[in-house]
Write a protein that binds this ligand. Structure first.
Ligand SMILES: NC(=O)C1=CN([C@@H]2O[C@H](COP(=O)(O)OP(=O)(O)OC[C@H]3O[C@@H](n4cnc5c(N)ncnc54)[C@H](OP(=O)(O)O)[C@@H]3O)[C@@H](O)[C@H]2O)[C@@H](O)CC1
Ligand SMILES: [K+]
Length: 511
């Protein structure tokens, strides 16, 4: 299991640990790990050009100490100090002792000066001051921008877990220069400008190739949009003694393998669970077929279909138990999936919600389900909206959900007293309490018509097999994401192909 802890927890555990260790130990551990990761990325340290973006906190201190280590190995290291008077004093001294130079300017200074390598040069002026621009004209690059442009590696130590809101203008200009540069960019602890706890990005932020994070992953590193800014994430152990329950957790192969239902010698189809699919309509029979396709791969012993698309379902999957009596009279099931392609059939949704078994609500069902009825249910409920559906349920714009996925999924879980799976490139599964699960196996090729229907059938089948809602949702998202990758293999893919590839995902996980 990959876990992530929020800033408050990191700070508290850090305080406990620091009380037992000589001062500066944790920062040295962090800087050592950062220097190793930097050297790995550079390949050859000697002769390389490294630029440090240094803010006023300990995040800048990490960058300075790591820069000192690289300078001792022969790199040319320049630190751009955003707030020279407040930069980490010990880190500055270490860098200078190691032969590194510092430039005292947020984003300014004459570009010509950048090539002179003057140490501790106060550049003065501001980037917007034409007098500080090179002769090339007012639109020419600043000294800082030239240094960044010519670097092999940029270390982003502007701000870490102490960051508040979007980057300030001086810092934002450095972030933009780093993005334009061909240099590799390593974010120290997290990309400056992203929110460590939520994954929100307010305005400009560092776009990193690699993020070297200390002690634990931070939730923002695993959730879009911030995840997209972090690049590859490398965790450096600094010895933090973290509490048992994380803020966020991500299943890995071994976790999924443990959770997958496996039939024993005594199992028959009823003991393995029957999943009922109440989906599809005369207008959308395909949704029923795809939900059944997903359900057949989810581990339930049988799939019961109820609705107007029985012929289409049987034509594709003759093993399906088809009924046209409606959910209440269709026979026993251990879980229901309701909603895909349901159109305006509110009566079916209401009937399913009355059943005393776990219910998965998707697509049209989300719109048709009465909130108080869902809240009052005693059996499990798993809701599976995409961002647009979640936005409609919350009464906000879609962009708001996409920008703040974690708070959106938590809010929905609280409002409906249900487990909610918010689909997307980083799918989130939140129950009313406990760690939120994040899934990262998805691929953007999965954003294809009918792919959600397959997921709902798959998750519903896992519910029927006895998995709790959080596990059913996160295991389904994991397998579905893998299946999408296998089916797509870098090319567009249809939902049916995804359903077919689920079996391969199971085998892979169990191996
Ligand atoms: N925890 C641990 O176990 C360990 C932590 N370690 C490291 O310490 C880091 C945390 O250091 P930290 O607490 O000093 O805060 P940090 O992130 O440097 O930022 C604070 C400064 O940034 C500024 N600032 C704020 N917002 C800003 C913005 N939007 N745009 C621009 N500037 C902004 C703010 O300025 P102010 O508001 O005061 O003007 C303040 O001065 C952590 O991420 C990790 O790298 C490791 O060394 C080892 C173990
Ligand atoms: K940073």
């Amino acid at each position: 299991m990959r876990t992530a802890y929020g800033v408050e927890t990191v700070r508290a555990t850090e305080r406990q640990l620091m009380a037992r260790l000589p001062e500066g130990t944790l920062m040295q551990r962090a800087a050592a790990g950062l220097a190793v990761a930097s050297a790995d990325l550079l390949g050859r340290v000697y002769g390389s050009r490294v630029v440090l973006l240094v803010g006023s906190g300990d995040n800048g201190g990490d960058a300075l100490y790591a820069g000192a280590r690289l300078a001792r190995r022969g790199a040319g290291v320049t630190a751009l100090l955003l707030a020279p008077e407040r930069a980490h004093a010990g880190g500055l001294a270490a860098l200078r002792r190691a032969g590194g130079t510092t430039v005292h300017s947020p984003a300014g200074g004459r570009a010509a000066g950048a090539t002179e390598g003057a140490a501790d040069r106060p550049a003065g002026g501001s980037a917007s001051d034409p007098a500080e621009r090179p002769a090339g004209g007012p639109a020419g690059p600043t000294a800082a921008e030239v240094l960044i442009e010519r670097a092999d590696l940029v270390l982003d130590g502007i701000v870490g877990i102490g960051g508040k809101g979007g980057l300030r203008p001086d810092a934002a200009r450095l972030a933009e220069a780093a993005e334009r540069s061909r240099a590799a960019v390593i974010a120290v602890d997290l990309p400056s400008g992203v929110d460590a706890d939520t994954g929100q990005v307010h305005g400009a932020a560092i776009r990193a190739d690699l993020t070297v994070t200390f002690g634990t992953h931070k939730p923002g590193l695993l959730i879009d949009p911030a995840r997209d800014f972090a690049g590859t994430v490398r965790l450096v152990d600094i010895g933090l003694d973290l509490p048992e329950e994380p803020a966020l957790e991500a299943l890995q192969h071994a976790d999924v393998a443990r959770l997958l239902p496996v039939p024993g010698p005594e199992s028959d189809k009823y003991r393995r669970g029957v999943v009922g699919i109440a989906a599809g309509s005369a207008r959308y029979p395909g949704a029923a077929v795809l939900a059944v396709a997903g359900a057949l791969h989810g581990g339930a012993g049988a799939v019961r279909y109820v609705g107007p698309a029985g012929d289409a379902v049987l034509a594709r999957f003759p093993e399906t138990l088809v009924s046209d009596l409606g959910p209440a009279k269709a026979g026993r099931v251990q879980s229901w999936v309701v909603g895909p392609g349901a159109g305006d059939d509110a009566a079916t949704v209401a009937q399913v919600l009355e059943a005393d078994v776990p219910v998965l609500i998707d697509a049209d069902g989300l719109r048709l389900a009465d909130r108080d009825t869902v809240r009052a249910r005693t059996a499990l409920t798993l809701m599976t909206p995409h961002a647009g559906e979640a936005a409609a349920l919350l009464g906000v714009a879609r962009a708001e959900v996409e920008g703040a996925r974690l708070s959106a999924v938590r809010e929905l879980a609280a409002r409906y007293r249900a487990t909610v799976l918010l689909k997307g490139s980083t799918t989130l599964v939140a129950a009313e309490e406990g760690a939120v699960r994040v899934n990262a196996t998805g691929t953007s090729w999965l954003a294809t018509a009918g792919s959600g229907d397959v997921l709902s059938g798959l998750a519903g089948s896992l519910l029927a097999a006895g998995l709790p809602a959080r596990d059913a949702g996160s295991v389904a998202a994991y397998l579905h994401g893998l299946a999408g990758r296998y089916a797509a293999d870098g090319a567009p893919v249809g939902a049916q192909d995804v359903a077919k590839a689920i079996a391969r995902a199971w085998r892979d996980v169990r191996d």
